[in-house]
Design a protein. Structure first.
Length: 284
């Protein structure tokens, strides 16, 4: 079962806020009036009676306590920064399984929580950005990939694993064999726009027919993982409910934000290892 955490958070903020408002407008004045009436009837007020009259109902107490905390979390998570954990190796070597990352929620525009409607334009994704988005075939699932194609771009991926954008091969330089792979995987330095980053290729593995090309429609983006032969990305998505010209494309409305930093790594808590901070740094 998928839990819509943003919706639950909005509901929690609304409920706790209503409880705090009810206390401010109705219940708190009644308590003050009751205390004033009691103090006017006795010569010397009993502190225990005053405490009893001033005591807030338990539900109101919880609502007032949680409201500011939940409201701050909602604002931070919806409009500023949201944390995610990397569940797969599709972005190796840039991101490893278990990396905890931070995502800038306002880099590509301010959106309303739950509705995800963009209300303020801030900027657009750039080629080479690492972006979190909702998977087009299942918007309840978040994906993270690199922006390869912008609206209007023509993308090609050849049989020799070369990426071409608008007829121009993307610059890449062989770094060498990935340690521990016995030559089955090679690392390259790729330059997409202003972004320079490492990518991983398994030179003897082929998942798709050669010569594929895609044209990115307006308002959409073409995404690929840095682990080029182990990534479920725009090259492979197939959904009969999505028009053919939009297959593999991420619509602007599905954008969550720009991934910009790793703040902790915890590869597999089930193995009883501990979190580490060896990979802390900015994402390129």
């Amino acid at each position: 079962m998928s839990i819509n955490f943003p919706l639950l958070l909005v509901i929690a903020v609304a409920v706790s806020g209503v409880l705090a408002l009810v206390d401010l407008v109705l219940l708190a004045p009644r308590r003050r009036s009751a205390i004033a009436a009691y103090e006017g009837q006795v010569g010397e007020p009993d502190p225990n009676v005053v405490d009893k009259l001033s005591k807030e109902p338990l539900l109101i107490e919880y609502g007032k306590s949680f409201f500011p905390v939940l409201a701050i979390v909602l604002v931070l998570r919806s409009f500023l920064v949201e944390p995610f954990q990397i569940p797969s190796g599709s972005m190796k070597p840039t991101l490893e399984v278990g990396d905890f990352i931070l995502v800038n929620k306002f880099a590509y525009g301010i959106r309303l929580p739950v509705l995800d409607t963009k209300v303020i334009e801030v900027g657009d994704p750039l080629r080479g950005d690492v972006m979190v988005f909702r998977y087009p075939s299942d918007p309840n699932v978040n994906y993270i990939k690199r922006v390869i194609g912008l609206p209007g771009d023509r993308i090609a991926y050849s049989s020799d694993k070369r990426l071409t954008v608008n007829g121009q091969p993307v610059a890449e330089k062989l770094i060498g064999e990935e340690p521990g792979t016995l030559g089955s995987a090679m690392l390259f330095q790729e330059k997409l726009g202003e972004a320079e980053h490492l990518i991983r290729k398994e030179m003897k593995r082929y998942r798709m027919e050669p010569g594929r090309e895609w044209v990115v429609p307006q308002g959409h983006y073409f995404m690929m993982g840095d682990n080029r032969d182990n990534s479920n990305d725009s090259r492979y998505w197939n959904d009969p409910n999505i028009p053919r010209n939009l297959l593999g494309m991420v619509p602007d409305r599905n954008i969550v934000g720009k991934a910009f930093a790793v703040w902790m790594s915890w590869p597999d808590p089930k193995l009883r290892n501990v979190p580490n901070f060896s990979r802390v740094g900015l994402i390129h």
